[in-house]
Design a protein around this ligand. Structure first.
Ligand SMILES: [Zn+2]
Length: 221
């Protein structure tokens, strides 16, 4: 049997050139059931595996993308897609993320939270980690990874707090650990001594919250 993609001879069940799988049988009900089952669980497995890597080794996944390697780990855009889907489900069910409800009632507003966080945090990480000579787009990649990761992980926390707490204003305090964790994960990608890392994260957090408070104060005037 020759491979339908690259006309290579297929030995056993795989094409040694492109990796295409071949099974010599017609489509039956079993094929369909197995196809559904397999795609659902392999998707779930790969999402779980990628979240685990991003959580335990942020440096590995981010610098792999920076260096140009693809198609093994999820790209930042796949993380972003999963994060926006999680937020969409979160808003559909509870109408707030960590106590922050959005007045604009359309799909793009949940998107705004992600994008705004990513843009602001990208500006600050480019400033703070200036001496590591990464360009703004490399910082953008870093922040898409980490903002998406922590959004995915905070969606269940947000949903739980909506179920448990009567007053969702309290849930807004969860934004502090949310941003702190993103900033710590950003710092993990750079080679730093412990004390310096601590200082960088604290400066980053103060600048970020300083800007947010300024914006909130200014918009209320
Ligand atoms: Zn092939």
């Amino acid at each position: 049997m020759k491979c339908s993609v690259c006309s290579n001879e297929i030995i056993e069940k795989y094409c040694s050139n492109c990796g295409q799988y071949f099974k010599d049988s017609r489509v039956t009900s079993i094929t369909i059931l197995w196809g559904l089952f397999d795609s659902f669980f392999s998707l779930e497995k790969s999402i779980f595996m990628n979240i685990k890597i991003a959580l335990s080794e942020p440096k590995t996944i981010v610098s792999n993308y920076w260096k140009g390697f693809r198609k093994y780990y999820f790209t930042p855009f796949q993380f972003f897609t999963i994060a926006s889907l999680s937020l969409l489900i979160n808003y559909y069910l509870f109408n707030n993320f960590l106590g922050l409800s959005l007045s604009v009632n359309n799909i793009s507003s949940h998107f705004a939270i992600l994008v705004l966080n990513i843009i602001l945090l990208t500006l600050y990480s480019s400033l703070i980690y200036l001496k590591f000579k990464k360009n703004i787009f490399e910082h953008l990649i870093l922040n898409i990874y980490n903002v998406s990761l922590w959004t995915i992980l905070f969606v269940p926390i947000s949903m739980t707090s909506s179920l448990v707490l009567d007053n969702t204003d309290i849930a807004r305090f969860f934004f502090i650990p949310f941003h702190l964790l993103i900033l710590i994960w950003n710092s993990k990608v750079f080679k730093l001594r412990k004390l310096k890392r601590f200082l960088f994260v604290i400066i980053n957090l103060s600048l970020f919250y300083g800007t947010l408070l300024f914006l909130i104060f200014y918009s209320n005037l």
